[in-house]
Design a protein around this ligand. Structure first.
Ligand code: PLP
Length: 398
């Protein structure tokens, strides 16, 4: 085989389909969020407004968090120095897991090196080790969930997105004695809709299935303490496994699960993606702990975020910008064509100093390419006005 030709040819095809990924390198300046610096193709540096960050609560520039991280880096080693089992479990990891456990109102919590790794590890471990397990997975579940289920080699059933009737149809057909796990997200980040958690739990209880919810796009944002959508519905105690990230509203890196002592200990003991990798740097663990402590009390910021998201939706509808039906803070604008989506995103940043990433295949299905707007409590109404005018211009001219 001519390896180089193969690689070159694959990339060429990706470019022809407008699915090649170009990165915009930005400089996030503390105290200025959502304004960042961006250097364009001609080498000119300018300020842009970022509208596509998952730093949903602007915690990336929180003073208490930065101070705690600076102090930690002065006092301890830069890296963890090992896997969790071999010298990489520090007091900072212990403190973080205790904080998450309390936040999620569960018996126990476990931290992973990312949300992706958390999903992959939990699901591959449970699906593989529980004898004859069947996994029921929402059709729109994230890649990390899909890969975890694949790796488990367990039997799987895919139910139509947010369709509890279909879930029940599938589960009814299976052996009532077979162990079962229902896997879903609380907020689907590419269309912004929220899952029918209560109804899914009812089906799970009826058929004796475990429930696993990915709250990656909800932790920090929903519920009285920001623990997620399940908290806002008073359903945390009814869900067996809550998974989340430290990389979005918490503004660090890492992932977690919170569950019963037994399930958490099982994943801790058998999960390869937990066992065989260096643990998070202590400074990140400390930053995450501080960030979570702040987020628990961030009611006002949560209200501000929802208000600005609502304002964006109302403004866009008034101006005829085609937004998708979203129940959450995420506002997806449907474009439906990969080239157009890329062109619009380029035009927004080059001409209007606005950064909205184009979301193309494989993140979303072909023909449903979109611009995904994710505001923060620091985005103003004035910024929304500029954004809406710029998007109108991009629709007209791309
Ligand atoms: C629903 C969902 N789950 C899991 C992840 C992975 O989380 P992380 O970015 O922490 O790896 C993502 C990332 O975007 C996600 O959207």
């Amino acid at each position: 085989m001519n390896y180089n030709e193969f690689f070159k040819d694959s990339i060429k095809k990706l470019k022809q389909n407008n699915n090649y990924r170009y990165f915009n390198y930005i400089h996030r300046i503390k105290g200025k969020y959502p304004i960042c610096e961006y250097t364009d193709k001609n080498g000119n540096t300018k300020e842009i407004t970022v509208w596509c960050s998952n730093d949903y609560m602007a915690m990336g520039q929180n003073e208490t968090v930065s101070e705690a991280m600076c102090e930690t880096i002065k006092n301890t080693a830069t890296g963890a120095g090992g896997t969790r089992n071999i010298s990489g479990s520090t007091v900072y990891h212990q403190e973080l897991e205790e904080t998450i456990k309390n936040w999620m109102q569960k018996e126990s919590a476990l931290v992973f090196t990312s949300g992706w790794v958390a999903n992959f590890t939990i699901l591959s471990t449970l699906g593989e080790k529980i004898p004859n397990c069947i996994i029921y997975s929402d059709a729109m579940n994230h890649n990390s969930i899909i890969e975890g289920i694949r790796r488990s080699r367990a039997e799987k059933r895919i139910f139509r997105h947010n369709d509890v009737k279909h879930l029940e149809e599938l589960i009814k057909k299976d052996d009532p004695n077979a162990p079962k796990i229902i896997v879903f997200e609380s907020i689907y980040s590419m269309n912004g809709n929220i899952s029918p958690i209560e109804d899914i739990i009812k089906v799970a209880k009826k058929y004796n299935a475990l429930t696993f919810v990915d709250e990656v796009h909800a932790v920090g944002l929903y519920g009285d303490n920001g623990a997620g959508v399940a908290e806002s519905l008073g359903l945390m105690g009814e869900i067996d496994i809550i998974q989340g990230t430290l990389g979005k509203a918490v503004a660090q890196v890492g992932g977690f699960m919170a569950s019963s002592k037994e399930i958490t200990d099982f994943v801790r003991s058998f999960g390869n993606g937990f066992i065989f990798t260096t643990s998070l740097p202590p400074v990140v663990a400390k930053g995450a702990t501080q960030s979570i402590l702040h987020l628990k009390g961030a009611k006002q910021e949560r209200t501000q975020l929802q208000n600005i998201a609502k304002h964006i939706k109302e403004t866009f509808i008034k101006k005829g910008i085609p937004i998708m039906d979203s129940d959450s803070h995420i506002v997806p604008v449907m474009v439906g064509n990969s080239k157009k989506c890329l062109d619009m995103s380029n035009m927004l940043i080059e001409k209007h100093n606005i950064y909205v990433q184009s979301i193309n295949h494989p993140t979303v299905a072909k023909g449903t390419e979109r611009l995904r707007i994710s505001p923060s409590p620091l985005h103003s109404k004035d910024m929304v006005e500029k954004l809406s005018c710029a998007i109108q211009d991009a629709f007209k001219n791309c």
